[in-house]
Design a protein around this ligand. Sequence first.
Ligand SMILES: *Cc1c(COP(=O)(O)O)cnc(C)c1O
Length: 422
Amino acid sequence: MDYDTTLERARKLDRCDSLNGFRDCFLIDDPDLIYLDGNSLGRVPKDAIGLMDRLIRHQWGNRLIRAWNDEWMGLSRRIGAKLAGLIGALPDEVIIADSTSVNLFKLIAGALKERPGRRKIVTDSVNFPSDIYILQAVADLIDPAYELVVLPVDNGFAVSEDALDRAIDEDTALVLLSHVMYKSSYMYDMERITEIAHDRDAMILWDLSHSAGVVPMACHDMGVDVAVGSTYKYLNGGPGAPAFLYVREDLQSRLINPISGWFGHRKQFYFDTEFEPAPGIDRYLTGTPSVLSLAMIEPGVDLALEAGVDAIRAKSLSQSEYLVELWASELAQLGFTLNSPRDGARRGSHVSFGHPEGYRIDQAIREEKQVISDFRMPDNIRLGIAPLYTTYAELHAAVRALGEVVTSGSFERYSGVIKGVT
Ligand SMILES: *Cc1c(COP(=O)(O)O)cnc(C)c1O
């Protein structure tokens, strides 16, 4: 099939894009930089700049300790309630706290304690490493007799529903999966798999790090038990911004928080020595939040709410489809493989191209073509689509750059030894 791969077409798609105005809401310091790594670290919403200035001068500077009562004590909850609108949760089912990794610890332990007597825990081999490490660590801590089943890939990208259906049984306490795979961008059918888990009365924990803000979902209506996710990727919350966690309303009075710090206490400022959990989602807090970082999450969440996740998803799909077309026309013949699903319905918001020289090619386009993508072992060059600011023209330029560094052989100047953040 012949696709129109001209720059004119990319520009036309940009002109017709109903979300194109949102790009102006982000700080674009270098207009020539083609940034396709919003799936790892989102760009700066312009509103974050003024907000940080006001926060430092007025709240921290002028109000000092009084700012806790004015504003800061309610911030984790207030921003969580807004973020809930992006993942189909009720406002009081989401709170901002700690990192995704720490929240995984808390919710895995809480979920396992909910299913005493069951011995099996199910995840997959393409899950993010932190998820698997923490799952193993918590299981060992609670009871070394747990059997951790790390299912192998059987549909090219992840685990088929049939294999999950066979693996999840009446002895399964917990299923932990990422909604969208960080390498391949494969997206699980959240509703179907939640149903399979619940059919066996197993708990389900979804990691939404690569889907929150770019894929519509209905956590509450699907009956998802617990979920975690990152705010510094597609939500543009800033480097290392605290993560979010979701606990379904009816579970909040039961699920324990194993890091039961003073912020999760019912009457924090009575300083009781006896722990009494706060009612509701507050009990999953632990200690003092990083206020500066926490506050910076709000502008990005506001932009996503304003654009609407359905519109964001529609553009993301159109752009990833466009990348797949460019790959078929220009890159396949140069030895690039498509390491993401061809079926848009099973694809998240990034596209991975495989190449045996992937790491060197990734460095070459960064150094020579001002294209920032990223690299994931063993051979994936990931191009992240952040629909609020990614343009079709940028995707066009990135594909052209990939082709040129391979055709010219200029990637051979770079070392294949992995260094630093990839
Ligand atoms: C990015 C990501 C994380 C990161 O966890 P941190 O605690 O923020 O470092 C965890 N899980 C998944 C699936 C991710 O994509």
